[in-house]
Ligand binder design. Structure first.
Ligand code: G3H
Ligand code: ZN
Length: 311
């Protein structure tokens, strides 16, 4: 099947998050950062093994490393053709350059994130709205062929070109959520409720009361950033309380690199086949994604996602 938008891939999850269903029936779609093309494939293989939808996230660093937005978009389209049973969304993560975001839309990304969270509230609104208007109308896949995520509040930690000190972090203010969502026309809201980007020095203190308050303010998808190192029970609670997308990045890099390091250690020095060295990295990623699908309660949800898209 062709790439789908984040709005489409999360519609079923959002419905469960915003209606009176048993919280145990709720789930979040996993969104995973990649740095290389084999990791993209590993992520999709992991989702396929669990009959789960998945979101591939290109960070600014990945775009620089892989080479171009077009190369990533065309690769993702090829992967979607190769794995037609997996609903896949291609997402541009934490982008700040308005022109680059528009280029991603035109190149065929099916979701873009405008991260103007460090700007004043009014500027964040203006930039997020400009991107929402553009993305909804300029995708090569047609009207609403690309959806949009924006962020309100600021997570601590490091994410490519964005660095926020612990002292500079700001939780999402529930009182601003309705105005932000209405004025921008975005499809998903990234919230700052106590997680951070990168490895934690101490366990995060997730503000569940804040999540509850935010969830009451809007019907659009909520996104949890900084998924690396969040305790499993906190993930479960976030999902049960209506989180629809969970981002994991840093931890996956470690999973990949640890597996490659181990392969190099184990193989004889005469072995030079890159597939024997990088292959275990791809397999390790697939295994990690599979376990995240279980944790986010996303396992087996592909039929429901497809029903909500194509019904
Ligand atoms: O947008 C990306 C995520 O928020 C990744 O966060 O690297 O802490 O897992 P993480
Ligand atoms: Zn993030």
């Amino acid at each position: 099947m062709p790439l789908v938008t984040m709005k489409q891939i999360m519609a079923d999850s959002v419905k469960r998050a915003t209606t009176d269903v048993d919280p145990a029936e709720r789930y979040a779609v996993g969104a995973f950062n990649f740095s290389t093309i084999p990791e993209m494939v590993g992520i999709v293989e992991g989702a396929r093994s669990k009959n789960a939808p998945v979101i591939l996230m290109a960070s600014l660093g990945a775009i620089k490393y892989i080479g171009s937005l077009e190369l990533i978009a065309e690769t993702a389209k090829g992967i979607a053709k190769t794995y037609p049973e997996v609903p896949i969304c291609l997402h541009l993560d934490h982008a700040t350059d308005m022109e680059q975001i528009k280029q991603a839309v035109v190149a065929g990304f099916t979701n873009v994130m405008i991260d103007a969270s460090q700007e004043e509230f009014e500027v964040n609104i203006a930039k997020s709205k400009e991107i929402a208007d553009f993305a909804h109308n300029h995708s090569p896949y047609g009207i609403n062929g690309c959806s949009v995520e924006a962020e309100l509040g600021m997570l601590a930690g490091h994410e490519d070109n964005i660095h926020v000190e612990e002292s500079g972090k700001a939780y999402t203010d529930p009182a601003l959520v309705k105005e932000f969502v209405t004025k921008t026309g975005i499809d998903a809201l990234a919230v700052a409720i106590g997680t951070a980007h990168g490895f934690y020095k101490a366990a995060p203190e997730i503000q569940f009361d804040l999540l509850e308050a935010i969830r009451k303010e809007t019907d659009i998808a909520l996104v949890l950033h900084g998924g690396t190192g969040v305790p499993e029970d906190d993930f479960r609670k976030c999902v049960a309380m209506g989180m629809s997308k969970i981002n994991v990045g840093t931890g996956l890099k470690k999973v990949y690199t640890d597996a490659v390091r181990e392969a190099i250690k184990t193989l004889p020095e005469t072995e030079y086949d890159p597939r024997k060295i990088a292959g275990p990295g791809r397999q390790a990623i697939a295994k990690e994604i599979a376990s995240k699908c279980d944790l986010f309660n996303c396992t087996g949800k592909t039929p429901d996602v497809l029903k909500s898209i194509y019904a």
